[in-house]
Design a protein around this ligand. Structure first.
Ligand code: ATP
Ligand code: MG
Length: 282
């Protein structure tokens, strides 16, 4: 059996909401291990509800959520599911548990009952991947929003989940920190084969995913590679989203006769293409 998160006919209605308001409506999705999936959608479209479904923090009103075949409504497997699916939330303050950065990162692995050497190794790797070595002895609650978010991600990483779900992790970050974080996610995906499920309001973040899912009014409206999903500007706008700037720029350059690769969606690819064009002209 392939390792995957599977949603089968999943609907969710919160108790406090009126009877006809559904946060999610009959969602059918498969996210296989090793994918890098971006999730977009306007405020209230159901992204956080979907994310929290994936590790059983929220249970479906109808349908089933299976993580590597295990049902999130089965309380006997919930702790196993939670160790497979790591969650990073928008507000890192809610995720800090210790007064020192490295202790905060060690907390999860220690709770798994791992040997001290293994805990140390995981902490070092997480500090290194997130570029936090210099802050290891700092107090997390005194760090900036972006630094706290990095600590929160390092703490989840140290648990070595198979799936990493991030709910708007870049919302508090400045441009450089945002760019660094996306780079680190790409690295986790490439080097550690970690499955990344990234929710973001920054369309640029999602251009680095292999697959983009657009939610609107609790339904999956678009699902495909970024180059396809971001092509239909009018449709994106009808879901309250805009086309990433690189794609707009690529269209403008093409209209001026520049021969760019057809699949350009992100800044990295654009820079490569422009360098190639300049080299050809030199
Ligand atoms: N705890 C809750 N109780 C009642 N209704 C809720 C609750 N959480 C979310 N909802 C409702 O469910 C719908 C989807 O909310 P959700 O938080 O999943 O959207 P979102 O796409 O994450 O939005 P945002 O971009 O603002 O984070 C909204 O209509 C919201 O009002
Ligand atoms: Mg949300």
């Amino acid at each position: 059996m392939t390792q995957k998160i599977e949603l089968i006919g999943v609907s969710k209605r919160y108790k406090r909401e009126s009877s006809e308001r559904w946060a999610l409506r009959e969602i059918n999705l498969k996210i296989s291990q090793g994918e890098f999936v971006g999730i977009a959608g306007r405020n209230g479209s159901g992204k956080t509800t979907l994310a929290r479904m994936m590790n059983g923090l929220i249970l479906p009103t109808a349908g089933r959520v299976l993580v590597n075949g295990m049902d999130t409504t089965d309380s006997g497997v919930l702790s196993r599911i939670r160790s497979l699916v790591g969650m990073v939330f928008q507000n890192p303050d809610n995720q800090i548990v210790s007064p020192i950065v490295e202790e905060d990162i060690a907390f999860g692995p220690q709770n798994l009952g791992l040997p001290l050497e293994e805990v140390k190794e995981r902490v070092e790797r997480a500090l290194n991947v997130m570029g936090l070595e210099e802050l290891r002895f700092h107090a997390p609650h005194l760090l900036s929003g972006g630094q706290k978010q990095k600590v929160a991600i390092a703490a989840v990483m140290a648990m070595q989940p198979s799936y990493l779900v991030l709910d708007e992790p870049t919302a508090m970050l400045d441009q450089q920190a945002n760019y660094d974080l996306i780079g680190q996610l790409k690295r986790l995906h490439r080097e550690y084969n970690m499955t990344i499920i990234l929710i973001s309001h920054h369309m640029e973040d999602l251009t680095f995913a292999d697959r983009v899912i657009v939610l609107d009014n609790g339904c999956v409206r678009l699902d495909g590679p970024p180059v396809e999903v971001f092509q239909d500007t009018a449709r994106l706008e009808s879901y309250g989203l805009r086309c990433p700037e690189v794609i707009q720029l690529a269209a403008k350059l093409r209209s001026k006769g520049c021969e760019l690769d057809p699949g350009i969606v992100n800044l990295e690819q654009m820079v490569k293409n422009i360098c190639r064009l300049l080299m050809l002209k030199v």
